[in-house]
Design a protein around this ligand. Structure first.
Ligand code: NAD
Length: 459
């Protein structure tokens, strides 16, 4: 186990390296990103194997949501970095004329990146790419639950980076606790709201800013005018990918009572068609650990199961499960499910939907609205608080790097992806450049009756 002194040494070396200003220039950053891309490609097959081992990810899913996602992120960042780094011209107001104003994006310094288990590649490298792009150093800690992926990540980082620039720190809770004792310039944490709170409390001691990418119960609303065939295709895709272990998976369905029976019958058919009689033999992932499997299985009320409800501990398998006639009193509605169990509730009016959401413990990280009517879509978007979401799809909002990705309330603080990720790891340094050929005497004493002129200007 790494000890406190070793961790302190890594952070000290990174601070010295950051202070050397090596990371400031475009050339250095772009070289590191290109090096990471080349290395990542070399490690692609090792990552695919590790994702299979840790989470049973089918190759297509592993590529689309982890490997391809990261490569696409790297390519976009490499392409746009020069533009992002340019100071942004900002309008100067009348009170400060004549002058010009700009925002300079400067790196935050030494960052700690803590990743969760569910997308161990994407959620480690996406923040790291943004940190590098913005000119920072980083200490990276992955989840102890995904040992195979953590080993490949360690090998890749240690092969291509000096630890004074990017360091990999292995470990479980004790090591993370030691890490959190250090003074970082920014902590980027992805994980549960419970651990997010621990991270924020530790950061507060050093006044360290945090970005928290957390979870929450994300609703999926199916209105009476929704195209049900499309809705079930996309809901099954969003829910059962990675066996439901996706932070933005629809956590539960709220379906209009007029289409509830049709919806239930079609989603059952869809699951049967996609996964067959035995989903354990289909393209379908596994639960990360026995402990998580037991937690998810304990949420299933077999009397309410419409389809699924099967599990196999040794194989860490839970079949795609739909629960019907669910109410807020059911255990499955008590907390974020984070597994392949989808409860279905019904509503009559939007007030019912708002009531359900407001009585649940956390702000949703995502929300999905299936409806053909723009008024319905707009009303739900306006009246429900959520981090981000889709109309007539699931999960796709985080595939567009031009959309900031993050939560609200207990589902997170801050956002990243694309330029927003670069900004997340940058300080926005505001600079007003004044002219010297003119000097406004009004602001200097003696003030005499200048206040009358001031009152004319500042009103
Ligand atoms: P987790 O909070 O248990 O663990 C996340 C990280 O924190 C891991 O690296 C873990 O080692 C570390 N950790 C765990 N307990 C700790 C402690 N007591 N002190 C310090 N560090 C600790 O989360 P998880 O189970 O890996 O992931 C699932 C959660 O993450 C879900 O709530 C999910 O919604 C959320 N999540 C959010 C996003 C997002 O982008 N918003 C993405 C993925 C997952």
């Amino acid at each position: 186990m790494i000890n406190e002194q070793e961790i302190a040494n890594i952070v000290k070396k990174q601070r010295d390296f950051f202070n050397s200003k090596t990371t400031m220039g475009y050339d250095f950053r772009i070289d590191q990103l290109k090096k990471l891309k080349a290395g990542f490609k070399r490690y692609e097959n090792r990552f695919l194997d590790a994702l299979k081992k840790d989470l049973g990810k089918p190759e297509f899913e592993a590529y689309s949501t982890e490997i391809g996602f990261t490569l696409h992120d790297l390519s976009g960042t490499i392409k746009k970095l020069k533009r992002w780094m340019k100071p942004k011209k900002i309008k100067t107001n009348a009170l400060t004329q004549p002058s010009s104003s700009k925002i300079h994006y400067t790196p935050l310094g030494v960052n700690l990146i803590i990743a969760p288990f569910n997308y161990p590649v994407q959620l480690t490298f996406a923040p790291l790419i943004a940190a590098i792009a913005a000119g920072n150093t980083a200490v990276v800690k992955t989840s102890e639950l995904t040992e195979a992926c953590s080993n490949v990540t360690k090998d890749l980082i240690e092969e291509i980076f000096d630890p004074e620039y990017v360091a990999y720190v292995p470990g479980e809770i004790p090591e993370t606790t030691l890490l959190l004792k250090q003074k970082f310039d920014h902590i980027f944490f992805t994980g549960s709201p419970m651990v997010g709170s621990i991270v924020m409390q530790a950061a507060a001691k050093n006044l360290t800013p945090v970005t928290l990418e957390l979870g929450g119960k994300s609703p999926c609303i199916v209105h009476s005018d929704a195209k049900i065939d499309i809705a079930v295709n996309r809901i099954v895709f969003g829910k059962f990918m990675n066996a439901g272990q996706t932070c933005v998976a629809p956590d539960y369905i709220v379906v209009h009572k007029d289409v509830k029976e049709t919806f239930l019958s079609k989603i059952k058919d869809r699951i049967e068609n996609l996964y067959g009689d035995d989903p354990s033999k289909a393209d379908y992932g596994r639960i990360v650990s026995e402990r998580h499997l037991e937690r998810i299985v304990s949420l299933i009320d077999q009397e309410k199961v419409l389809i699924g409800g099967d599990f196999n501990k040794a194989d860490r398998y839970i079949s795609p499960t739909i629960m019907q006639d669910v109410t807020l009193d059911d255990k499955v509605m008590g907390d974020e499910i984070f597994g392949p169990v989808l409860p279905v509730l019904e509503y009559n009016s939007f007030e019912d939907v708002y009531d359900i959401i407001s009585r649940l413990p956390q702000h949703p990280l995502a929300c999905y609205i299936f409806s053909e009517n723009k008024k319905v879509q707009d009303e739900l978007i306006k009246n429900i608080q959520f981090g981000g979401g889709c109309v007539n799809h699931c999960i796709q909002h985080l595939v567009n790097p031009n959309l900031p990705f993050g939560g609200v309330g207990e589902s997170g603080i801050g956002a990243y992806h694309g330029f927003e990720g670069f900004k997340c790891f940058s300080h926005k340094k505001s600079v007003l450049k004044a002219v010297t050929w003119f000097d406004l005497k009004l602001i200097y004493p003696p003030y005499k009756n200048k206040i009358n002129l001031l009152k004319l200007i500042m009103k």
